[in-house]
Design a protein around this ligand. Structure first.
Ligand code: GLC
Length: 393
């Protein structure tokens, strides 16, 4: 573990970049040479183990590009390079967001050094961001937060989005990317007006995004309380409860949570790691959690492969062990499941996820994702998310 911590630190020093007064970490120098939103939240969590100061810088650079309406873009180019030159209808950033992990990251930094002035400095921006999600992404006040593009889930080509995109379960990455870029063009046409874009083109209430929202609302309430702002604390606690019960009302069926889409809240019954995401926010009862872990996580025909946890169940027709978000194990999704298992006291199972994550990195290095059947590394190299294993403690 000590050697590993050293390797993570080395990787982070190599991937660190500076732009004027801002510092950030690139997920992978060759493949992802810019700043990404949820990646930076992961980076801040990892960096809090080495240097709260650097972790804060990761948050400051993110917030420096917050939009007037509160949105924090999922990509900040800082300086455009040769890869991923997408027209997002904006200069220097994208126009969509990613899973809202920033309150969690801020709390983790605060827990490390107790610096309340840092929380006070960033709190107004967090408030503004989460209010944007609670209003613009839930225009009818149904208490589920919508995404307007699959990339906002962080799982770009996950088979959860095949139906809403009108794609078959065996589409290629090329077809999938083409379709998602069509959506970006539509989003540009409707000026990224979220209610309008969602109503007309793509409106998914995704399980992990909402579970992450529930958890972050709890965390934000805690931070508000630390700042003596009891009204906000009550408000965010209330929002956390409302989203949690809306998830149970619209997404739960026979013990499993499914992402829903469209006006009729149609359930997308594709079994992905998303069924475990509610554990992270404590949305399941103890009994439900027990069933879920026994029947699905530890099931060799579904998620318990030689190198767990695959992002898609082996039983799904879309399962592809090398297919980006269509099967491989990713360390961030393992981290969410690990934390979720601990919430429910599944200490032994959590330990096994940690061991599997360590085994993947030992075998294949800091790769973007891993074949869950063989442990082989795939995708980007020198990829930062592997650092999350040091937060599995
Ligand atoms: C890919 C991933 C996304 C991540 C980005 C940078 O697009 O799907 O989740 O934020 O790469 O690592």
């Amino acid at each position: 573990m000590r050697d590993l911590k050293h390797a993570v630190l080395k990787l982070f020093l190599e991937n660190r970049r500076e732009s004027g007064k801002y510092y950030y970490t690139v997920p992978s120098p060759a493949s992802y040479p810019y700043q990404w939103f949820w990646d930076s939240c992961f980076h801040a969590i990892i960096l809090s183990h080495f240097s709260p100061h650097d972790a804060k810088n990761e948050i400051f650079s993110l917030l420096s590009k917050q939009f007037d309406n509160g949105l924090i873009p999922h990509m900040i180019y800082w300086k455009k390079g040769k890869v991923i030159n997408v027209n997002w209808g904006k200069d220097g950033t994208s126009s969509i967001t990613q899973p809202p992990m920033i309150a969690y990251a801020v709390r983790q930094i605060f827990q490390t050094d107790g610096d309340l002035s840092f929380v006070r400095t960033v709190y107004p921006s967090l408030y503004h961001f989460y209010r944007y999600l609670l209003t613009e992404r839930d225009p009818h006040e149904k208490h589920l937060v919508g995404i307007m593009n699959p990339d906002e889930s962080g799982e770009d080509n996950s088979p959860r989005f095949d139906d809403p995109l009108n794609l078959p379960p065996t589409n290629t990455l090329k077809e999938n990317t083409k379709r998602r870029f069509q959506l970006v063009d539509q989003n540009i046409d409707c000026k990224f007006d979220a209610p309008f874009c969602m109503r007309n083109f793509f409106w998914v209430k995704d399980v992990p995004f909402n579970a992450i929202m529930v958890k972050n609302m709890q965390v934000l309430a805690e931070l508000a309380e630390k700042l003596g702002n009891n009204d906000d604390a009550l408000y965010f606690t209330q929002k956390s409860k409302e989203i949690s019960s809306a998830m149970r009302k619209h997404q739960l069926s026979h013990g499993l949570f499914w992402s829903v889409y469209g006006k009729r809240y149609q359930k997308i019954k594709v079994k992905t790691w998303a069924i475990f995401a509610p554990l992270f926010a404590g949305i399941l009862t103890k009994e439900e959690a027990k069933e879920l872990v026994k029947k699905h996580l530890l099931n060799k025909k579904e998620f318990w492969t030689d190198y767990p946890v695959p992002t898609v169940s082996r039983k799904e027709p879309s399962f592809d062990p090398k297919g980006f978000w269509r099967g491989p194990a990713w360390i961030a999704t393992n981290w969410f499941i690990y934390k979720g298992l601990l919430n429910y006291g599944f200490v032994e199972e959590a330990k096994r996820i940690k061991e599997s994550s360590l085994a993947l990195i030992e075998k294949s290095g800091f790769r973007e994702h891993f074949n869950p059947l063989t442990g082989e590394g795939e995708g980007a190299k020198n990829f930062t998310w592997g650092g999350l294993v040091i937060d599995m403690d």
